[in-house]
Design a protein around this ligand. Structure first.
Ligand SMILES: [Zn+2]
Ligand SMILES: [Zn+2]
Length: 148
């Protein structure tokens, strides 16, 4: 899975923000850096735990801004706690670009399966598609019987 390496360089983080038309303030860079270090989709609580020194409402507002500017995408994995993951640089979060997500029944982690596109869905006449949420439940590669 194409997870980001831990601790990207500052200028890479700054560029990621600028690409999405987000002013790269110190706290936004800090929050983005912590997001890139997760090896799974993260929740607001995960971020709050990682960023103990950052004001909670700042984290909340930054998360909303990042999502609005399509730097991250939200994942409703059916667990009741919203997860987020960083988008590819050229992702515009259009329905045709969405990928499948995977929620592990054992470790409870949620992953982006970025190489698996959501199959096209033919809706009945006069139905209009706005968003697709495709979540597979099962055991991840660390929890399944095939794990090393
Ligand atoms: Zn697992
Ligand atoms: Zn994803």
């Amino acid at each position: 899975m194409p997870w980001y390496p831990k601790m990207l360089e500052m200028d890479v983080l700054e560029e990621k923000l600028l690409k999405r038309k987000i002013k790269p303030t110190a706290v936004r860079i800090l929050i983005l850096r912590s997001m890139t270090a997760f090896e799974k989709a993260f929740s607001l609580t995960d971020l709050e735990t990682e960023l103990e020194t950052v004001n909670k409402s700042t984290i909340f507002r930054t998360l909303a801004l990042f999502q609005e500017q399509l730097l991250i995408h939200g994942i409703d994995d059916g667990t009741g706690s919203m997860k987020y993951s960083i988008c590819h640089d050229d992702c515009m979060c259009r329905p045709g670009e969405s990928h499948v997500h995977f929620n592990c029944n054992r470790c409870k982690n949620t992953f982006c399966l970025e190489n698996i596109a959501i199959p096209p869905i033919k809706l009945p006449e006069k139905f209009l598609l706005e968003r697709v949420n495709f979540v597979i439940k099962g055991l991840c590669d660390r929890c399944s019987p095939y794990a090393p």
